[in-house]
Design a protein. Sequence first.
Length: 446
Amino acid sequence: MSPYAAGRRRVHRSLAAGVPLAVLAALAAAHPAASAPSGDARVTRTATLGDLPLGEFSNALLPGTVDDDRGVKLGGIGSDIYPAGNQGEFWTVTDRGPNGQIKVDGSKRRTFPVPGFDPAIVKIRVQGGTVRVLKAVPVTTASGRPVTGLPNQRGRDEAPYSYDAKTPLSYDPNGLDTEGIVRAADGSFWLVDEYGPSLVHVSAVGEVLTRYVPRGLHLTGTDYPVVEALPSVLLHRKTNRGFEGLAQLPGGDLVMALQSPLSLPDTAAGESSRTTRLLRFSPRKQAVTAEYAYRFDPVGVVDPGEDDTSELKISSVVAVGGDRLLVEERTDRTARLQLVRLDRSADILGGRWDDDTTSPSLEQLDDPASAGVPVLRKRLVVDLGTVAGVPGKIEGVARVDHDTLALINDNDFGMTDGTGAFDAQGRLVDSGVKTTVIHVRLPHSL
């Protein structure tokens, strides 16, 4: 019997009703809720995740996956947030794990200080000023092995290195950089991934059932089924900027958001573009059924003082009834939520903009609408940069009720970039940024 399979049975016994007592104790430090600021929208609750060693967390799920967590604490669960049914309870998902960048000989290297880390789906409860972990589900392959968060393909993904950027690590075709999450009616989960980019169907116990990737990706060597069902134009995704937002419409269809414009025809075009894409996927048909052009506001509007257009990202999309979505436009410092409707007349799937030989490309158009592209119309719902008490790098948004949203930040597991991220003993120098869930009441119902 695989030790991973045995570990999975253990985790369902020990975590199904909550994490072990020692873990709960480690997460029990309370934090006072933020006071209400002036303005239309306001923070009504703030809760923070306590400290828990990452190795302890990971090895409780899949024993032996982490031999040295280098002092890193559980974090990174802020990649997305999705209502779990009971009041104050949410599903969240980690990203690929602790990672950073160190410049060596003038080039940046991507570091993975805890390469054995396995992305996990984490159920939390917001209780007073504390975020408590109720349950954790490791994401695994068909044979119960960890998927890991390591890059998939040499030449397409960044090369992985050890914590000090000195030792190359192996690529892993099973690896996932998990981001958005929704839960289907049957209890299974849908995740999106930045590497492929991919849409990933995961069972209720964490097994990858199917990974949907762009046509022509030619991802081999995986220990789960891979289906090339997404438009091939997505092969031009910017490095580390694949799918990040995921929404589930009332009828069950899914909407995936590319974090950034495609690098089409080249990196320079993607860096300067303000046009990205949303895709609609039918789980019943196992196919993309629509594609939409989404136009960011100028970066200085989203984040006053910022002048680098490449800092614009979509990190979350949230269904708010019918074909309406909240779309989060952000930089690492601030965010704005826009309301859009997925109008059938705006569908560009299979047209000239999916042909990567079209010149100029969609991403190169200074004004797509004037060129005949049916860009989605949007309306600003809230500028989170004007709401006191909202931290930076909000990556997850969930609808709590008709006028309240839950937000969660990505604290990057306390990681920073550069050689100062770890001390002389190879232990993390923590950034001090905590995983925080914030409730924001809007001035108007959605």
